[in-house]
Design a protein around this ligand. Structure first.
Ligand code: UDP
Ligand code: MG
Length: 309
């Protein structure tokens, strides 16, 4: 029988994990496919690992991997993909914000239609600062990287084995899944779901981590920001050249004394500001290279479910 692997990165999800398992199992009961749950405990500080152990004892289709510390959701997804064995693989959040009711349809699409992947987008999202921030991010991202990332795109995606194997070939340290999904290509069918608020537990994102994630996403898939520094450099050379000519002409022909100490200071501040900004961009890439070159493992494992059997 064909097998579906369900990969769930979990960080402090004791409040929902069991409910997640029960909900998905119930929904998948009538689909003729073998299930394999791969829960990833991303260094949780609560009872998440304990719940995983219990579920694995109860159900032989449940496996888990527990990280030695918090490595982030992207590392969790990678570990899941690397360790799953299914013909189809779905990545979803533990908090039931990724509607499990779509699963049977996703399996059906991969089985019968010419798609290698089915992804879900959300609509009806309450527009707060976060909403507009994420919209803006997707716009910039698409423009800068030329990648096909969609507004409202979530990390909720089912893929066939071919696509999973392709993703595993991208073993970079700075992982940005939405970019990687788009980079490997393949034909994706998009489904839509309404935005579901998190019922239990807490979101692990704050504004700071979102900004960090955005910078990560842009620098991981685009080198266009580097061009920005060159353009600004040329622009400022031109401006100062024009100023020099004006001043020389004024002094030589009209005999005016050079004035404007405040102007000078303002220019100085602005130019050094822009220089530092450009340095910052370069530094960001340098830092990425540094981390990539060190070639550290993406995650480290403290415990596999197989250890306990
Ligand atoms: N998550 C994780 N490691 C982290 C942060 C989050 O594995 O360091 C998991 C989390 O348990 C959840 C998913 O990633 O299953 C999405 O997290 P969350 O619901 O907090 O994000 P949001 O839905 O608010 O974007
Ligand atoms: Mg969530």
């Amino acid at each position: 029988m064909e097998k579906l692997s369900i990969i769930v990165p979990c960080y402090n999800e004791e409040a929902v994990l069991e409910k997640f398992y029960e909900t998905v199992t119930k929904i998948m009961k009538d689909v003729t496919i073998e299930l394999e749950y791969v829960f990833i405990d991303d260094g949780s500080k609560d009872e998440t690992l304990q719940i995983m152990r219990l579920l694995a004892q109860k159900d032989k289709h449940v496996r888990y991997i527990s990280f030695s510390r918090n490595f982030g959701k992207e590392a969790g997804i990678y570990a899941g993909l690397e360790n799953c064995t299914g013909d189809y693989v779905v990545v979803m959040d533990a908090d039931l914000q990724h509607d499990p009711k779509l699963l049977p349809r996703m399996v059906d699409i991969l089985r019968t239609e010419e798609y290698q992947s089915v992804a879900v987008r959300r609509y009806n999202r309450k527009e707060g600062i976060r909403g507009s921030f994420s919209k803006l991010f997707f716009k910039i991202m698409a423009k800068l990287s030329g990648l096909n990332t969609k507004a409202g795109e979530m990390d909720y995606r089912m893929m066939n084995r071919r696509m999973v194997d392709s993703i595993l070939q991208i073993a970079e340290y700075n992982r940005f899944s939405k970019g990687i999904f788009s980079f490997v290509g393949f034909d994706t069918k998009w489904l839509e779901q309404e935005n579901i608020e998190r019922e239990l537990g807490q979101t692990k994102w704050n504004m700071k981590s979102l900004i960090k994630y955005s910078i990560e996403g842009i620098t991981a898939f685009s080198t266009k920001p580097l061009i920005l520094s060159s353009i600004l450099g040329i622009l400022f050379c031109l401006i100062s050249f024009i100023f020099i000519i004006i001043i020389v002409v004024k002094t030589l022909i009209f005999g005016e004394v050079v004035q404007g100490f405040p102007t000078l200071i303002c220019c100085l501040f602005m130019c050094s500001g822009i220089q530092l900004f450009c340095f910052g961009i370069m530094g960001e890439y340098l830092a990425k290279m540094y981390l990539e070159v060190k070639n550290r493992p993406i995650y480290l494992v403290k415990e596999y479910s197989e250890d306990k059997k």
